[in-house]
Design a protein around this ligand. Structure first.
Ligand code: GLA
Length: 739
């Protein structure tokens, strides 16, 4: 073939250019046009190509090249076996035409045919602000009036890409979507390693890493509400070799969705990796009407060539700047009464706790479960959910008097709710059995003695919104909400949806987000914690509405070191609520130090604290207020891994590298365990001089660390420092200050 190549480059945004390649096939033959679309961020490029036949494929995802014209040469550098379908590297794999692998989308057309083909039609790019671009690519079926628009929002500085799809058709009747992924990625490397997570109540975020073998590995949830309890949607994939904290290429992925999710990770016969992520299509074939737009949730991903640490710092920056509600703002320290009283409290007891809140020195008192319901009082977890009126026996003067009392003590007041749920023993259930998710003809099946309300029903959405609105209207001083969600969905059936049950799981989530939108439209700033019987629900869609999340009911500090370590790959400390409780065997100092690596709270009986313990806590809280901005807004470095070492060490360094806090813990109880070697710091200015001072000291103890000794940043990063962690110093917090 006599081919001559001319190239044309768009003058669009610097971060996203288009390369047009004109191919001429000799006299008298049509010019075919190849379009190359590199989506470029600070460090990477995701390069798409609409080939001769206009299939849209991914030809490169890796470190960005200085010369954008060279992206088109990438495919020619591979000598892998034949692609019999031409779709192995599709940017959004259709099914039923030539495809032979796992599809991103599967449909039944209005005429009953199941074949879909998608070809590039056009694309456009917009610069949304200095650091954010949006690339939209329209794909159409040449035979059917059916289109998919792929949206790629690139957060350039953070290397984060947020991708979602909008599916529409103009066919003569309804189309059924059997699968409708958010994104479809394609990676080439000499081997892939998956780090995934699993868990259960009090065992959240347990990591497993394995080499990916041929075939499909699916990460998914079918739980409906607290979708993450057994498996969250976050994962990492290392390319070529398992990435370490500072080395290696690693992709982080997270579906921004709080309901059922599904991520298929397929190592194909050419040894390349296909990743397809979206809403779980389990029990959810979606009936799409003509001209209705089906918008998928977004799939977030970030590629790092500098190991896991860099990826997480970039993701934290993205989350704080663009996603978490008030991600750059303040958070409130608090005293919670859950483990202090459980359901057993009254106004007087709570008033004493309000005084304790003040005594301790935290910002807010959080009243947990048990304050509501009268006909079926909420005195344990088998009654009252849904009846959101103050319990008259426990709180004869209502919440209002507690809010007032809190103000008189100079502290704020927050409250626990679980508005998506209902106990069968409740007035709500009696009045509105049709608002409950259940199969009418089947025996009810409970999770923590409760059922889920049908948020697919607009009347239920109104009820949940009104529950919250009433609380705020009646108690304008209410300063904090803990929003819980303790049950999964069994017997999924919505009386409201009638014979459209296939939409139930999706409509539930739409209903939930609608309610949260309404709450946020009216109450944009009030901090809310996302809780789900521990850490059963956290994702970047929910965090648009919540300022923080509860990682687990397991607050044993030793367990928490491991758990917070894993969460911290994906979520920044500012959103991670950690409470000091009576779980675990460690002293109060150890428990407080661990809880300070995030948003600090307490859930203890202050009156039971020994004098010295109380003095310690009060001082630690004062110190926390002086460095919390570094933990919340600084860069996090994981220095010593408790899974590999006898200690854990985690540092938070301010963006200007002038100050930091370093947390060090003994995580082994073997004989002589401790910090035998120095720990190398990261993220400092090598030329600057720093001092290290031990803080969070227990009354009567002294520190072996000489706070006056200066160290160069170079020394601290090359040789390191020794926090002298040992059996007698099991947790050591150091404050770093530039001289
Ligand atoms: C869940 C939460 C706890 C507490 C209880 C109250 O289990 O995770 O923190 O709020 O509910 O019932």
């Amino acid at each position: 073939m006599n081919s001559r190549r001319k190239r044309k480059y768009s003058t669009g945004a610097a971060v996203c250019s288009i390369i047009l390649v004109f191919l001429s096939f000799g006299a008298g033959r049509l010019h075919a046009q190849e379009i190359i679309i590199p989506l470029v961020t600070e460090n990477n490029a995701l390069v798409l190509e609409a080939g001769k036949a206009k299939e849209l494929s991914i030809i490169y995802f890796g470190k960005k090249l200085a010369n954008a014209q060279e992206y088109q040469l990438v495919p020619s550098a591979y000598r892998q076996t034949s692609d019999y379908s031409g779709l192995l590297n599709a940017a959004y794999t259709p099914s039923g035409s030539r495809n032979l692998m796992e599809p991103a989308i599967t449909v039944t057309h209005a005429d009953g045919h199941q074949s879909l083909d998608l070809r590039y039609v056009r694309h456009e790019q917009q610069q949304l602000d200095h650091d954010v671009t949006l690339l939209n690519i329209t794909l159409k079926d040449p035979v059917y009036d059916f289109e998919v628009v792929l949206h790629y929002k690139a957060y350039v500085k953070q290397d984060v890409i947020e991708q979602w799809s909008v599916i529409r058709h103009g066919e003569k009747g309804n189309v059924t979507l059997h699968k409708y992924a958010s994104a479809n990625l394609y990676l080439k490397a000499g081997g892939f390693w998956l780090q995934q997570y699993h868990g259960d109540w009090a065992k959240e975020m347990r990591p497993e890493e394995s080499k990916i073998t041929h075939g499909i590995k699916t990460l998914d949830s079918k739980l409906g509400t607290r979708a993450n309890i057994f498996q969250p949607s976050v994962f990492m994939i290392s390319l070529n070799a398992p990435a370490s904290e500072d080395e290696g290429t690693v992709l982080y992925g997270a579906l921004s969705y709080s309901g059922n999710f599904r991520t298929d990770i397929e190592l194909d016969y050419q040894d390349n990796l296909r990743i397809i992520s979206g809403i779980n299509n389990y029990a959810s074939p979606y009936t799409l009407k003509p001209r209705e737009a089906f918008t998928t949730p977004s799939f977030l991903y970030i590629l790092s060539q500098k190991g896991k640490g860099y990826a997480s710092r970039q993701l934290h920056d993205w989350a704080r700047n663009y996603r978490i509600l008030n991600g750059k703002g303040e958070r409130l320290t608090l005293l919670n009464n859950w483990e202090a009283t459980y359901f057993d409290f009254n106004e007087n007891k709570l008033k004493a706790l309000l005084r304790d809140t003040k005594k301790l020195g935290v910002d807010l008192f959080l009243l947990d479960d048990g304050w509501f319901a009268n006909k079926y009082p909420r005195n344990n977890d088998n009654a009252g959910l849904g009846d959101w009126q103050e319990n008259k026996t426990k709180l004869p003067n209502g919440i209002a008097s507690l809010v007032k009392e809190a103000a008189a003590n100079g502290v704020k007041f927050g409250i626990w709710v679980e508005p998506e749920m209902v106990n069968p023993k409740s007035e709500l259930y009696e009045k509105h059995p049709d608002w409950v998710v259940k199969e009418p003809a089947r025996e009810e099946h409970y999770f923590r003695n409760q059922l889920v309300l049908d948020l697919a029903n607009p009347a239920v959405q109104d009820f949940v919104f009104r529950t919250m609105d009433d609380l705020f209207t009646r108690n304008p001083g209410l300063a904090y909400i803990k929003w819980d969600c303790n049950a999964v969905i069994y017997n999924a059936y919505s009386a409201h949806l009638g014979n459209h049950q296939n939409h139930f799981y999706i409509e539930y989530m739409r209903g939930l987000y609608r309610v949260l939108e309404r709450i946020r439209a009216k109450y944009p700033d009030v901090p809310m914690m996302l809780c789900s019987g521990g850490g059963g629900r956290v994702d970047y869609e929910a965090l648009k509405y919540f300022t923080e999340f509860w990682p687990s009911d397991n607050t044993d500090p030793l367990e928490r070191i491991f758990m917070q370590w894993e969460y911290s790959y994906f979520y920044p400390a500012v959103a991670t609520a950690n409470h000091v409780t009576d779980w675990g065997k460690q002293p109060v100092k150890f428990r407080t130090d661990v809880a300070m690596m995030g948003k600090l709270g307490f859930d203890i009986v202050v009156a039971h604290l020994a004098e010295k313990d109380l003095a310690y806590c009060r001082n630690a809280i004062r110190e926390y207020h002086s460095f919390k901005h570094i933990v919340w807004q600084g860069d996090q470095y994981r220095l010593a891994d408790p899974r590999k070492d006898e200690i854990a060490s985690i540092a938070y360094i301010s963006k200007d590298r002038s100050e930091g806090v370093i947390f060090n813990y003994l995580t082994s109880n073997r004989y002589g365990a401790g910090s035998s070697r120095p720990i190398r710091l990261k993220g400092l200015d090598p030329a600057a001089m720093y001092q290290l001072e031990e803080i969070s000291l227990y009354p009567g103890t002294t520190s072996p660390t000489d706070a006056d000794r200066p160290y160069s940043g170079e020394f601290l990063m090359t040789v390191g420092f020794n926090p002298e962690v040992s059996g007698s110093r099991t947790s050591v917090v150091l404050r770093l200050q530039k001289k």
